[in-house]
Ligand binder design. Structure first.
Ligand code: CA2
Length: 152
């Protein structure tokens, strides 16, 4: 494989609270658990992970820009910015890297304002409502896409 052997994992606003509040919706696992899961999933395929969580949109956008040339793809749970941020979507489409969008909860079974994602059509992988385990599946699927593109 000739692609950079690194993924960027991005978690958006409030996901630092995982495991501390709203366990009925998001479960008991913490952000550290998420980052460990993705790191171990990627490591099993020889890929490193750079993990970023921020409550600030601009920090997230900067981290996405910095992935260009350094990472082969992006796993992202944009949190509430999923439903509001054209700028985050533009950053993702601007770096031209394959993107996996993950949501812990099933956003389609929640309030109507969570049904629209500005990120969905710039992502090639979508995993919704599988809890924290969904990050591992998203990582596997994204690595499949990257490996397929490298082969093709
Ligand atoms: O289901 C998901 O993963 C979400 O992306 C989580 C976002 C929400 O705005 C999206 O609609 C769906 C919220 C993340 C906030 O996470 C918290 C975790 C624990 C306690 C409070 C918030």
């Amino acid at each position: 494989m000739t692609f950079p052997r690194r993924l960027l994992l991005v978690n958006g606003p409030n996901l630092n609270l995982l495991g501390m509040r709203e366990a009925a919706i998001y479960g008991h696992e913490t952000l550290a658990d998420v980052e460990r899961l993705v790191t171990e999933t990627a490591a099993a395929r020889g890929v490193q992970v750079r993990a970023v969580q921020s409550n600030h949109e601009g920090v997230l956008i900067d981290s996405i820009h910095e992935a260009r040339g350094d990472c082969a793809g992006i796993v992202i749970n944009p949190g509430g910015l999923t439903h509001t941020s054209v700028s985050l979507r533009d950053a993702l489409s601007g770096v031209s890297l394959p993107v996996a969008e993950v949501h812990i909860s099933n956003v389609y079974e929640r309030e109507p304002f969570r049904h629209h994602s500005y990120v969905a059509d710039v992502a090639v992988v979508h995993v919704v409502g599988e809890g924290v385990a969904g990050y591992a599946r998203a990582t596997q699927l994204l690595l499949d896409v990257i490996a397929g593109a490298a082969d093709g």
